[in-house]
Design a protein around this ligand. Structure first.
Ligand code: F6R
Length: 244
């Protein structure tokens, strides 16, 4: 638990930079699982600063984003492709050929094969070194909404009503928020060697409390993280304020 979001974000960015530099020294690629939303923006801003001011290179970093709305055109303002470009990728030296984000333009019949291939690509690279997560007020990680299974893989899911309400500002009304998304599964996330879930502000305190201290259940998918030894929650004072 950090004093504030800024300090926490700097600490997470420093860990990512250390991981990347360590792998570079060993001549290896780093495979990162990335999240969108407001939570990781400070981490990405610090990674950009480390690139511009401290020579951190992303040339041999491979990324897999957790999720994308479905359907969604990559050049739409609300797409996670646009989000990642604006908040990170356009400001660093990453090879865009090594960036992976679920494809929101697929025909529904092609989604299952795409999802299997997403998993296969992660596995072929030796798995995710580190997965960044936020948490939704439904307890979702990625877009694994209540009802998700602990061994679920990358798939097309239906978004919870609360998730669509929380996204409504970005879309100018809930009715404009897609009803579906493609997301990595809980099982996909679990395979990462390190998992960092970040949450800021008292708005997240009730769901953080359930995720950390509540009964493990598919009703709050983030509770599955209690079963992993590789998970760390990075919180500010507000998000930690309901923990006993
Ligand atoms: C985003 C994602 C979601 C968000 C969560 C919190 O890629 O997978 O699980 O992390 O909805 O969103 P923010 O950070 O906007 O509160």
């Amino acid at each position: 638990v950090y004093a504030n979001q800024k300090e926490a974000s700097l600490a997470v960015a420093a860990r990512i930079a250390k991981l990347i530099r360590g792998k570079q020294a060993a001549g290896q690629q780093t495979v990162l699982g990335l999240a969108t939303g407001v939570t990781p923006i400070g981490v990405y801003a610090e990674l950009i600063r480390l690139h511009k001011e401290e020579g951190l290179s992303f040339k041999d970093v491979v990324t897999f984003n957790l999720d994308e709305y479905y359907p969604m055109k990559p050049d739409a303002a609300q797409s996670y492709v646009t989000f990642m470009n604006e908040n990170l990728f356009d400001h660093i030296d990453i090879d865009k050929a090594l960036v992976h984000i679920p494809d929101g333009t697929l025909a529904q019949d092609d989604v299952a094969a795409f999802c299997l291939d997403y998993e296969r690509q992660i596995e072929e690279l030796g798995g995710l070194d580190l997965q960044l997560l936020g948490i939704g007020r439904t307890g979702h990680i990625g877009f694994n909404e209540p009802g998700s299974a602990p061994n679920s893989g990358t798939r097309l899911v239906t978004l919870d009503d609360l998730t669509r309400r929380d996204a409504s500002r970005d879309f100018g009304g809930k009715e404009n928020v897609p009803t579906k998304a493609i997301t990595m599964g809980v099982g996909t996330i679990f395979k990462a060697r390190e998992i960092i879930l970040m949450a800021w502000s008292a708005k997240k305190a009730p769901i953080v409390q359930k995720a950390v201290e509540g009964e493990i259940s598919g009703e709050v998918p983030a509770t599955f993280l209690q079963l992993s030894d590789s998970v760390e929650f990075v919180l500010d004072q507000g998000a930690a304020s309901d923990l006993t």
